[in-house]
Design a protein around this ligand. Structure first.
Ligand SMILES: Nc1nc2c(c(=O)[nH]1)N[C@H]1C(S)=C(S)[C@@H](COP(=O)(O)OP(=O)(O)OC[C@H]3O[C@@H](n4cnc5c(=O)[nH]c(N)nc54)[C@H](O)[C@@H]3O)O[C@H]1N2
Ligand SMILES: Nc1nc2c(c(=O)[nH]1)N[C@H]1C(S)=C(S)[C@@H](COP(=O)(O)OP(=O)(O)OC[C@H]3O[C@@H](n4cnc5c(=O)[nH]c(N)nc54)[C@H](O)[C@@H]3O)O[C@H]1N2
Ligand code: SF4
Ligand SMILES: [Mo]
Length: 674
C-alpha cells in the first residue's frame, strides 16, 4: 500500500462504560485499520467485537453513510429522498421553524436526542440551539436510567459520583447488580473483574457471561430486587455485620428501617425472589466482610418499581459503612462534572427558554397531537427503533403535517420518516472530548480524516442552523477549539490539544479516588438518607419498602430486552458482518416454559400483548429463569421484513415509579407457535 504509515490515537465515544482508547492506522491519508490502542489502560490494544467490525466496516463505507443533506420525495416512512445543498436544507428548516414560532410558539417544536455519540461537544452543543429556540425536549434519560438517578438522589444525594474502579484492588468483594458487563462493559468483564482480587457476586435474572464467570450468581426473578436487598440486610444484621457507629454518624432513618429488616428472613427472600436462602446467606456474608464495591446497573432500574429497587439496593453500603475508604463504594455512573467539566457551560444553560421536558414514554402520544407537535427534530437518537409503542410511534411519524428533521450518520428507521435528513460526521472526522462514565478517564477524540461527503459534526450543523434562524448569541457560534481549550482548563489538562491528542487519555486523578472521602453526602441532611423526607414529599414511602413484583400469570412471560454484545443500542445493525453474527431475531425461554407451551428450539413463535406482536425464532436455555423471556434490543425494524418491528413493538411505554422513566424490563407477553 502506498503512502507512509501514520498512527492516530483517538477515543471511542459510544454510550459504553469502557471509553476505549483507539489507534487508527492511516496510509496515504486514508484509514486502513481501526484498532484498540495498546497503551490504553482499558482497551489494551483490543476493541470490543462489535466496534472492531463496525469501525472497520459500515463506518468507513461511503455507500452506507449519509453524505448529503436530503429532502423527502416519497411518502413518509419509505425513505425516498433527493440530495439538496446545505443552504437549501437549512434555509427550508429555518423558515418552517420561524413560521411555527410565529403561529404557535417554539414549544410546538419537539426535539429528541440521546447518546448516539457521547463526545462532549457533539453531545451537548446542539442543546445551546434548542434551548435558545425554546423547543421542547424529550427528556433523554427517561428511556434509559432516570429512575435510578432520582432514587440515588434521595439516598446519597447524587447518582453521578460513583466509586473509582481502580479501588477494586482493595475490595474483598464486588457485587454486579443488574448490569451485564460481558455485553455492556466488555473490558470491565474481560480485565477489571477478572483481575480484581475480591470475590465477584452477580445478581441478575440472566446467567450472562459475567454471571457465568462469577463466584456467586443470584438468579432472581425480575423486579424482586428490593426484597432481595432486604433479605441480605436481614442476614447482615442478624450476623453482626452492620457498622453501627457508621450508621449513627452518617445516616438518618436506621431506626425506621431496622424493624422492617428484621422481618425479611432469607426464607422469605427465597419465596419473594426465587433465590435459594443459602445463596442469600452466602452473598450477605461475603458482602458484609467488606470492603465491598456495589455496581448498580442501568438494567436494574428499568422496572415498574425500579426507583424503589435502586433506593433499597443503595442501603447496603450504608448499613456496612462501605464509603470513605479504599475498596468501598457504590457506582451507577461517574459524571463528567467529577472531572471538573462544567455541564452548564457546555449547553449554555443561560440561554434556556424552553418549557420543561416531557418523558420519552409519552412520545408517541405527543407526536399524534397536531396542535402541540408541529415539528420533530432527532439528533443522536433513533427513536423509531429504541422508543416504546413502536407501531403507534411509526404511525404518528407518518403525519404529513409533522415537519420532521433527523440528523444521523446513517439512514435509519427514523430517517425514513424525515422531511429533511442532515448527514452527521462520524467520530473519526472531528475533534472532541470524551469523559469516561465508569472509569475516571478523560480523553481526546481526534479528527483522523475529513468528514465523508458533505457530512458535518453536530455542533457545526447547529451553528449553521442558528445562523439561518438569525440568532446572534455568541454561545451559538463558539468554535470547537475554544470549547476544547476551556474544558481542558476546567479538567486541569495543561498544554495544547495537540499534546493531549498525542497522549489520547489522561487520568486527572493519578491515584484511586476514595468515594465520599469526607463522608459528607450531598443530601439535605448531609448524611445518607435511609428515610427520605424528599421522597415522602414526592409521594413515595419514607423508607423504600421490601416490595417484589408478582410473577406473570396466565401463561404469560416477563420479557427482558437488554443489550446484545453485537449491537450498541440501536447502532450497528446495518453492518453486514454484524448482521451475520446476529442471525435472525430470537427469544430465549427456560426449558420448563418451552415444554409447558409445547415449543421446541428453532420454532417460529409469536410474542404478543395488548401493545403489539412480534415473530421470532425460539431458543431454549436455562440461562433465563422460568417465567421469563429474553430478546435483546437494538435490531432495526426496517431490516426485519414486512412487519417492520423490533422488540419495542411490545413495549407499552408504561412509566416506572420515579422520574417518568422506562420500565421496559417489566413488559409481559404471551407466546405461541406460528
Ligand atoms: N427494548 C428495549 N429498548 C431500549 C432499551 C432496552 O434495554 N430495551 N434501552 C434503552 C436505552 S438504555 C437507550 S440509551 C436507548 C438508546 O437508543 P438510541 O439513542 O435510539 O440508540 P443509539 O444507537 O444510541 O443512537 C442513536 C443514533 O445516533 C446516531 N449517531 C451516532 N453518532 C452520531 C453523531 O455524531 N451525530 C448524530 N447526529 N448521530 C449520531 C447513530 O447512528 C444512531 O442511529 O434505547 C432504549 N431502548
Ligand atoms: N454491547 C452493548 N453495550 C452497551 C449497550 C448496548 O446496547 N450494547 N448500551 C449502553 C447503554 S445505553 C446502557 S444504558 C448500558 C446498560 O448497561 P447495563 O447496565 O449492563 O444494562 P442492560 O444491558 O440494559 O441490562 C443489564 C442486566 O440487567 C438485567 N435485568 C433486567 N431486569 C432486572 C431486574 O429486575 N433485576 C436485576 N437484578 N437485573 C435485571 C438484565 O438481565 C441484564 O443482564 O450499556 C451500554 N453498553
Ligand atoms: S463500544 Fe465500548 S467496548 Fe466497544 S470499543 Fe467502544 S468503548 Fe470499547
Ligand atoms: Mo442507555
Amino acid at each position: 500500500m502506498p503512502g507512509e504509515k501514520e498512527i492516530v490515537k483517538t477515543t471511542c465515544p459510544r454510550d459504553c462504560y469502557d471509553s476505549c482508547g483507539i489507534a487508527v492506522i492511516k496510509r496515504g491519508g486514508k484509514i486502513t485499520k481501526v484498532l484498540g490502542d495498546r497503551d490504553h489502560a482499558v482497551s489494551r490494544g483490543v476493541l470490543c467485537g462489535k466496534c472492531a467490525l463496525a469501525y472497520n466496516g459500515v463506518f468507513l463505507d461511503q455507500a452506507a453513510r449519509l453524505t448529503h443533506p436530503l429532502r423527502r420525495v416519497g411518502p413518509k416512512g419509505e425513505g425516498r429522498f433527493e440530495a439538496v445543498s446545505w443552504d437549501a436544507a437549512l434555509g427550508a428548516i429555518a423558515a418552517r421553524f420561524q413560521a411555527i414560532v410565529a403561529e404557535s410558539g417554539a414549544g410546538a417544536i419537539i426535539h429528541a436526542h440521546y447518546t448516539g455519540t457521547c463526545s462532549l461537544i457533539a453531545n451537548c452543543f446542539p442543546m445551546r440551539f434548542f434551548q435558545r429556540l425554546g423547543a421542547q425536549e424529550v427528556e433523554p434519560d427517561t428511556v434509559c436510567n432516570m429512575a435510578g438517578h432520582v432514587a440515588l438522589g434521595y439516598v446519597i444525594g447524587t447518582s453521578s459520583i460513583g466509586f473509582d474502579p481502580r479501588t477494586a484492588r482493595d475490595a474483598a468483594s464486588i457485587v454486579v447488580w443488574g448490569a451485564n458487563p460481558s455485553a455492556c462493559a466488555p473490558h470491565q468483564h474481560k480485565h477489571w473483574l477478572k483481575e480484581a482480587p475480591g470475590k465477584v457476586i452477580v445478581i441478575d435474572p440472566v446467567r450472562h457471561a459475567t454471571a457465568e464467570a462469577a463466584d456467586l450468581h443470584l438468579q432472581l426473578y425480575p423486579g424482586t430486587d428490593a426484597a432481595l436487598a432486604y433479605a441480605l440486610m436481614h442476614v447482615l444484621r442478624r450476623d453482626g455485620l452492620i457498622d453501627r457507629p457508621f450508621l449513627a454518624a452518617h445516616t438518618v432513618g436506621w431506626d425506621e428501617l431496622e424493624p422492617m429488616v428484621e422481618e425479611c428472613t432469607p426464607d422469605w427472600g427465597e419465596t419473594a425472589t426465587g433465590v435459594p436462602a443459602g445463596l442469600i446467606e452466602q452473598a450477605a456474608r461475603i458482602y458484609g466482610a467488606g470492603p465491598a464495591l456495589l455496581w448498580l446497573g442501568q438494567g436494574l432500574q428499568r422496572q415498574k418499581a425500579g426507583g424503589n429497587t435502586m433506593r433499597a439496593c443503595a442501603l447496603l453500603p450504608a448499613l456496612t459503612g462501605n464509603y470513605g475508604k479504599p475498596g468501598a463504594g457504590l457506582i451507577y455512573l461517574n459524571g463528567a462534572e467529577r472531572k471538573g467539566v462544567d455541564g452548564d457551560y457546555l449547553v449554555a444553560a443561560q440561554l434556556n427558554r424552553s418549557p420543561p421536558p416531557f418523558s420519552q414514554m409519552a412520545l408517541a402520544a405527543r407526536l399524534e397531537d397536531a396542535a402541540r407537535a408541529q415539528a420533530f427534530v432527532c439528533w443522536n437518537i433513533n427513536p423509531a427503533a429504541s422508543s416504546p409503542e413502536q407501531a403507534r410511534l411509526h404511525e404518528a411519524l407518518k403525519r404529513d403535517d409533522l415537519f420532521t428533521v433527523v440528523t444521523d450518520i446513517f439512514e435509519t428507521d427514523t430517517t425514513d420518516f424525515a422531511d429533511y435528513v442532515l448527514p452527521a460526521a462520524s467520530f473519526l472526522e472531528f475533534d472532541d472530548l470524551v469523559s469516561g462514565y465508569f472509569n475516571l478517564s478523560f480523553s481526546a477524540q481526534a479528527q483522523v480524516v475529513a468528514p465523508m461527503g458533505e457530512a458535518l459534526p453536530n455542533q457545526e450543523i447547529f451553528r449553521r442552523l442558528a445562523k439561518a434562524m438569525g440568532f446572534d448569541e455568541p454561545e451559538l457560534f463558539e468554535s470547537d477549539a475554544e470549547i476544547i481549550a476551556r474544558v481542558m482548563d476546567q479538567v486541569g489538562i495543561a498544554g495544547s490539544f495537540d499534546e493531549f491528542k498525542a497522549k489520547g487519555t489522561v487520568w486527572p486523578e493519578p491515584e484511586p479516588v476514595i468515594q465520599f472521602a469526607d463522608l459528607a453526602f450531598p443530601t439535605p441532611s448531609g448524611k445518607i438518607e435511609i428515610a427520605s423526607e424528599r421522597a415522602e414529599a414526592d409521594g413515595h414511602a419514607r423508607v423504600p419498602p421490601p416490595s417484589a413484583d408478582v410473577r406473570a400469570s396466565h401463561g404469560r412471560l416477563r420479557l427482558l430486552s437488554p443489550a446484545s454484545p453485537w449491537l450498541l443500542n440501536d447502532s450497528y445493525a446495518n453492518d453486514a458482518k454484524i448482521a451475520e453474527k446476529l442471525g435472525p431475531a430470537t427469544v430465549t425461554l427456560h426449558p420448563d416454559d418451552a415444554k409447558a407451551h409445547g415449543l421446541e428450539a428453532g420454532d417460529r413463535v409469536e410474542l404478543a400483548n395488548e401493545t403489539g406482536r412480534l415473530l421470532l425464532q425460539l431458543k431454549v436455555s436455562d440461562i433465563v429463569p422460568p417465567g421469563t423471556a429474553l430478546s435483546p434490543k437494538g435490531r432495526w425494524p426496517r431490516r426485519e421484513g414486512a412487519a417492520r418491528a423490533n422488540v419495542n413493538v411490545l413495549n407499552p411505554g408504561e412509566m416506572s415509579d420515579m422520574g417518568e422513566s422506562t420500565c421496559v424490563h417489566g413488559v409481559e407477553v404471551s407466546i405461541a407457535r406460528v
